[in-house]
Design a protein around this ligand. Structure first.
Ligand SMILES: [Zn+2]
Length: 493
C-alpha cells in the first residue's frame, strides 16, 4: 500500500495493529498464538470467533505474517521483509484470502483445493484465510473437508466468523477455536488517546470514553467514529461533540439518573428522561448504559474497587462507591433485573419513552420502599424477642444493608407476656428503607402497598386463627407497623 502525505488514510486502516503486541484486548488469544509459534506446534486450522470490528481479520493477517516472516523478531513479524509487506498489501502468492460472505459456493473454494497441492513459492507456509466462513454453503464445506482433515504440512487454514454457532461441528472440531472478546471501554479509550497524540488531536478523556462506549467493544467502530469527529470538529474534541454526534448521554447525566433512582426521586427521574428525549438521545442505548451502570454497582458491592472487573475509570469508581452506600445488594439486583427486562421489551415497545419512565419509577420504588420480605424479617425479629419500646427506638435508615432474605425461616410465635424470657436481644438488623423518622411515620404515606400485604406472612398456615388474632393484636407488632414509614395500619384486621 502506497501512502503519500496528501492522501487521507482512514484511521482504522492507518492504525491497524501490525504485531501481536499491538492487538488490544485479546491477550488470551495472542498469548496462545505466540506460544504455538514459539514451540512450533502449529495447528492445521484456526477458527476466530467474535463480533465485528474487534480484530479477527487483523489477527489472521498478523498470524499469517508471523508464520511466513523471513526475519521474525522473536515470534512477532518484522513487518519489513518481502513476505510481510506482500501479506499486508494482500499480494502474497502464498497467502490467499477469501471473503465467504460473497464467495461461498463450491466453485469459490475449488481454487483453494487445487492450490493446496503446490508447495509455497517464497515462504514456509501456504495460508488460507477465510473470512465470514459461516456463510460457506454445506457443499463448499464438504469440498473443503477432506483437505481440512489431512492437509499437507505446509498448509494452514485460518477461519474467521461473527457467528461461531453456525459453523458446522465437523469443521469446528478440526480447528483450534478462539473466541475474541469485545474490547473493554477503557482499553479502547486508551488506544484512542494514543492515536490522538500521534495525530495532534486534543480530546478530553470523557470525549474518548464516550466514543469508546458508543463503539460497544469494537475498535474499528471507535476509530471510524474518531475519524468522523475529527472531520466534523477539527483538532479539538470535547465530550459534548462526541455525545451529540452519537446520541449518547453524558456520563455525569447517566450517573445522576442512577442516583435519582437509588434515592427514589421520581421528579428527577421524569425530568431526566424528558431532557434526554427532547435532546434526541438514543433511548435504547440509554437503557443499555443504565443497566451497565447498575451492573457495575453490583460488581462494586461484591468486589470493592477492583477496577479491572469494573470496566470503569477512577472517576466512575468514585461515584460507584458513593452510590453503593445508598442501597443494599438485593435491591440493586432487583433494579438490574427490571432494567434487563426493559432492554428486552424495548424492541417491541410502541412508546420507548413511556416504557423507560415506568420502569425507572418502578426501580426507584424498589430502591426505597420496604419490601414484604423486609417486613417479614422485621416481624420475625419482633417475634423473636424485641420489645415494642425497643422496636420503636430502632433507627429507620435508608436501607444500607441486610439484603439477605431467608423466606424459609419459621414464623415464631409472638408472646404477649412482657416478661417473656426471650425478650432479651433487640432486633438490631432491622432497617427499613424510606428515610422517615419513626415519629413521622404513618403520616407520610408514600408506601401504601407494602404493609397491607403484611397480613400474609403473619397468616401462615402454621398459626391457628386464635394465634393469628393474638399476633395481630400484639402491641409490639402494632408499634412496629406504626414505626414504618408510610405504613397503613388500617389494613390489618
Ligand atoms: Zn517479516
Amino acid at each position: 500500500m502506497q501512502e503519500t502525505e496528501q492522501v487521507h488514510v482512514a484511521l482504522p486502516l492507518k492504525y491497524r495493529p501490525m504485531t501481536f503486541d499491538d492487538v488490544v484486548g485479546q491477550e488470551h488469544v495472542t498469548r496462545t498464538l505466540r506460544n504455538a509459534l514459539e514451540s512450533g506446534r502449529i495447528a492445521n486450522a484456526y477458527l476466530f470467533v467474535g463480533p465485528r470490528g474487534i480484530g479477527k481479520t487483523t489477527l489472521s493477517r498478523i498470524f499469517a505474517k508471523a508464520l511466513n516472516c523471513a526475519s521474525p523478531k522473536g515470534v512477532e513479524p518484522c513487518g519489513e521483509c518481502d513476505n510481510c509487506k506482500q501479506i499486508a498489501a494482500g499480494r502474497s502468492l502464498d497467502v490467499t484470502e477469501l471473503d465467504a460472505a460473497s464467495h461461498n459456493k463450491v466453485e469459490d473454494v475449488r481454487p483453494i483445493i487445487e492450490a493446496v497441492q503446490f508447495k509455497p513459492t517464497t515462504s514456509k507456509y501456504k495460508i488460507f484465510i477465510i473470512d465470514e466462513c459461516h456463510m460457506l454453503t454445506p457443499s463448499a464445506w464438504n469440498a473443503l473437508l477432506k483437505t481440512l482433515e489431512e492437509p499437507p504440512p505446509y498448509v494452514k487454514f485460518v477461519f474467521a466468523t461473527t457467528e461461531g454457532d453456525k459453523v458446522l461441528a465437523t469443521i469446528v472440531s478440526r480447528c483450534q477455536r478462539f473466541d475474541l472478546r469485545r474490547i473493554q471501554t477503557h482499553q479502547i479509550a486508551a488506544r484512542l488517546q494514543y492515536i490522538c497524540g500521534k495525530e495532534g488531536i486534543t480530546a478530553d478523556q470523557d470525549a474518548l470514553l464516550a466514543i469508546a462506549r458508543g463503539a460497544e467493544g469494537g475498535m474499528r467502530d471507535a476509530l471510524s467514529s474518531l475519524d468522523q469527529l475529527i472531520a466534523f470538529k477539527g483538532t479539538t474534541i470535547t465530550e459534548e461533540d462526541a455525545l451529540s454526534v452519537f446520541g449518547l448521554v453524558s456520563r455525569k447525566a447517566l450517573e445522576d439518573l442512577a442516583g435519582a433512582i437509588l434515592k427514589g426521586d421520581a421528579a428527577a427521574i421524569l425530568q431526566s428522561v424528558e431532557a434526554f428525549d427532547s435532546a434526541g438521545k438514543n433511548m435504547r442505548r440509554l437503557a443499555g448504559e443504565l443497566l451497565r451502570h447498575f451492573r457495575n454497582l453490583i460488581v462494586y458491592q461484591s468486589l470493592g474497587g477492583q477496577t479491572a472487573v469494573l470496566e470503569a475509570t477512577p472517576d466512575q469508581v468514585k461515584t460507584l462507591s458513593e452510590q453503593a452506600k445508598l442501597c443494599d445488594a438485593s435491591r440493586i439486583f432487583r433494579i438490574a433485573d427490571q432494567l434487563a427486562a426493559m432492554e428486552d421489551k424495548l424492541r417491541y415497545a410502541l412508546s420507548v419513552r413511556t416504557l423507560i419512565e415506568m420502569t425507572l419509577l418502578r426501580a426507584s420504588r424498589i430502591a426505597t420502599v420496604a419490601s414484604i420480605e423486609e417486613l417479614m424479617r422485621a416481624v420475625r425479629a419482633l417475634a423473636a424477642g424485641g420489645g415494642a419500646a425497643k422496636m420503636a427506638a430502632v433507627p429507620v435508615s435508608a436501607g444500607s444493608s441486610g439484603g439477605d432474605v431467608d423466606k424459609d425461616d419459621k414464623v415464631v410465635k409472638v408472646s404477649n407476656d412482657p416478661k417473656d424470657p426471650n425478650d432479651v436481644k433487640g432486633p438490631k438488623d432491622l432497617k427499613v428503607a424510606g428515610g422517615a423518622s419513626p415519629s413521622a411515620a404513618g403520616a407520610q404515606s408514600t408506601a401504601k402497598p407494602s404493609v397491607q400485604s403484611t397480613s400474609k406472612p403473619a397468616a401462615r398456615p402454621q398459626l391457628t386463627p386464635e394465634e393469628q388474632r393474638k399476633m395481630m393484636d400484639d402491641p409490639k407488632l402494632n408499634a412496629l407497623l406504626a414505626a414504618l414509614p408510610g405504613a397503613k395500619v388500617t389494613a390489618i384486621k
